[in-house]
Design a protein around this ligand. Structure first.
Ligand SMILES: [Cu+2]
Length: 142
C-alpha cells in the first residue's frame, strides 16, 4: 500500500514538472519571435551595394546604366537607383521579380532616387505610354 502511494506521488510530481516545462518553452518561443523581427528589420535597412542610373527622355529614349555603361548584367543585391526624368511626356517604371515600381510618373521632370532590391532574373525598365514605340529595355540580374 505504501509503495502504491509512493508511485502516485511520483506520478503527480512528473505531471507538475511537465507543466513547468511547457510554460518555460512558451517563454523561449516569445524570445525567438522577438529576435526574428529584429533581424528582419536590420536586414531591410541594409545599405545599398551599388548604384544604378536610370534615364528617360527627353526624346523617346530610356536607359539604365551602371558605372557609366549600359547595364546588361547586374549582380543581385540592394541598389540605389537614381532616375533622371528629362521630359513631362515620359515616366520610368522598373518591373522584375518581386517588384513593379513606377519611379517617376508622366508629368514629373527631375531626379528621383529609390532603393531597390534586385533578385536573379530579368528586369524590364520602360516608359508606360511609349512601350509600343520601343521605350523599354532589359537587364539580367545574376
Ligand atoms: Cu515615354
Amino acid at each position: 500500500m505504501a509503495l502504491l502511494l509512493a508511485v502516485a506521488a511520483l506520478t503527480l510530481g512528473a505531471v507538475a514538472c511537465g507543466g513547468d516545462d511547457s510554460s518555460s518553452s512558451d517563454d523561449q518561443t516569445t524570445t525567438e519571435a522577438a529576435m526574428t523581427e529584429e533581424t528582419t528589420t536590420s536586414g531591410g535597412g541594409g545599405s545599398a551595394s551599388g548604384t544604378l542610373e536610370g534615364e528617360t527622355g527627353p526624346g523617346f529614349e530610356i536607359e539604365v546604366k551602371q558605372d557609366g555603361e549600359d547595364a546588361e548584367t547586374v549582380k543581385a543585391g540592394s541598389y540605389t537607383l537614381d532616375v533622371e526624368d528629362k521630359s513631362d511626356m515620359h515616366n520610368f517604371r522598373l518591373i522584375g521579380p518581386g517588384m513593379d515600381e513606377e519611379v517617376t510618373d508622366v508629368g514629373f521632370v527631375g531626379e528621383k532616387s529609390v532603393t531597390v532590391t534586385l533578385k536573379p532574373g530579368t528586369y524590364t525598365y520602360q516608359c508606360d505610354p511609349h512601350v509600343a514605340s520601343g521605350m523599354k529595355g532589359t537587364f539580367t540580374v545574376t
